[in-house]
Design a protein around this ligand. Structure first.
Ligand code: SF4
Length: 413
């Protein structure tokens, strides 16, 4: 894979890896500043913003109710009639600017999986995926446009990092999903968004401030936020240990999904280059601290790559690492990406790996491949609509028991 080397804009510089690659924990260039949006602001800040626009503070609450409770963000039509005509447009322009413009929308799984590629006004591309299940509805969101972590099996990693997303750019992906589900635009009728997984483009913990602010907006009751249950939120990471520790102390009981992919440093250095900075023992130590502080079970993500990490010796090693811990393993048959010749383990190999972990007492499921047809499955998000393929119905495998990180959109992390 092409080396991913980026200049550091902070104290975290590029991290050299064993394979000579470099990954970045920070931005390649000074980020464009997306327009201010009320989802970037706390309730108090929104009221201050309304006052600074010459309006009474309660206008901010009215707008927040439209956005977070009614899921409306446009001044046109009959949607915001509680706002006087003369202030409606300027208020919406100032506090609810359009942040994300849809580029393409693709569906599969009989319309129950929908991927949207978005473009921001400064030209950044990102993707989100909505997945409808019989008992829940999940959106997988991006936290960055692109990613600087350089995992060689991942389409996002192969494209590098464009920039961090703002809090509101993250939240708006969720509000959009809640809106289309509520309006019954996803096959299966009207529905309520129940789960959010941060497994789209980017490494969420590399955009820590925007991530945690977004989590707070999603959890806060309306009109301050969307009022989702923290138990329905999952944050994925490749293992940025200091940020994992920091997240554990936030008092946000969200599920942490750790993209492990190998139990040994030698192989993980190759699959997850940031492992050269925080090796397996250190990453798992931070994960167990997280579980202890939050009471939440850690989801261990493990991509099954044919002939690379799917031998039974590694299943044994993984089981030994996880024994007695509050953890669950999600096995993810590798999804194909253009720049990698690696393949998913054969079904027999998947079953053998699964059986071995279960025989050793490790709770394990295999994730289905929903979304693969529209390049919306794990590891495939690249915000390049032209690369996406035709739609066919996807297989429905066993449901993931944590978060959802599923099928629909997550990048394989
Ligand atoms: S797997 Fe995740 S962390 Fe790794 S390059 Fe892809 S998006 Fe980034």
């Amino acid at each position: 894979m092409t080396p991913t080397t980026v200049e550091s804009a902070s104290s975290d510089g590029p991290v050299p890896t064993a394979a000579g690659r470099q990954v970045s924990l920070s931005l390649t260039r000074r980020p464009a500043r997306p327009a201010r949006h009320l989802a970037d602001l706390s309730s108090a800040e929104r009221r201050e913003a309304a006052v600074s626009l010459g309006q009474p503070a309660f206008r901010a609450d009215q707008l927040s109710r439209h956005y977070f409770a009614r899921l409306v963000d446009a001044a046109a039509g009959e949607s915001m009639t509680d706002l006087p005509d003369r202030v409606r447009e300027p208020l919406v322009a100032a506090l609810l600017p359009r942040l994300l413009h849809p580029v393409t929308t693709l569906q599969c799984d009989d319309g129950r999986t929908r991927k949207t590629a978005w473009r921001t006004p400064d030209g950044a591309l990102l993707e989100s995926v909505i997945m409808r299940y019989p008992d829940r509805a999940t959106v997988c969101v991006s936290s960055q446009a692109g990613c600087g972590m350089g995992c060689p099996f991942c389409a996002t990693g192969q494209g590098g990092l464009t920039r961090n997303l703002s809090t509101a750019e993250i939240v708006d992906q969720v509000v959009h999903a809640a809106r289309v589900l509520r309006r019954g635009e996803i096959a299966g009728g009207e529905s309520r968004l129940s789960n959010v997984v941060f497994m789209g483009m980017g490494e969420p913990l590399a955009n820590y401030g925007a991530l945690t602010a977004a989590l707070r907006r999603l959890i806060a009751p309306a009109p301050e936020g969307l009022g989702l249950s923290a138990r329905g939120l999952t944050v994925s990471t490749v293992g940025l240990v200091p940020a994992m520790r920091r997240l554990a102390a936030e008092g946000l009981p969200v599920t942490l999904a750790l993209s492990l992919h190998a139990p040994d440093d030698e192989l993980r250095n190759e699959l997850v280059p940031v492992n050269t900075r925080w090796p397996v023992a250190e990453v798992l130590g931070a994960a167990w601290e997280y579980a202890e502080r939050t009471g939440r079970r850690i989801s261990i993500e493990y991509a099954l790559i044919d002939g690379v990490n799917d031998d039974l010796a590694r299943a044994d090693a993984l089981a030994a690492l996880l024994a007695g811990q509050l953890a669950h393993v999600n096995l993810i048959p590798l999804n194909p990406t253009g720049g990698s010749s690696w393949q998913a383990s054969a079904p027999a190999g998947q079953r053998a790996f699964l059986r071995r972990l279960r025989d050793r007492g490790i709770a394990t499921t295999v994730r289905d491949t929903r979304g693969r047809e529209i390049a919306a499955a794990c590891g495939q998000l690249a915000a390049e609509p032209r690369r996406t393929g035709p739609h066919t119905s996807a297989s429905a495998g066993p449901a993931a028991t944590v978060g959802d990180a599923p099928t629909g959109s997550r990048v394989l992390r």
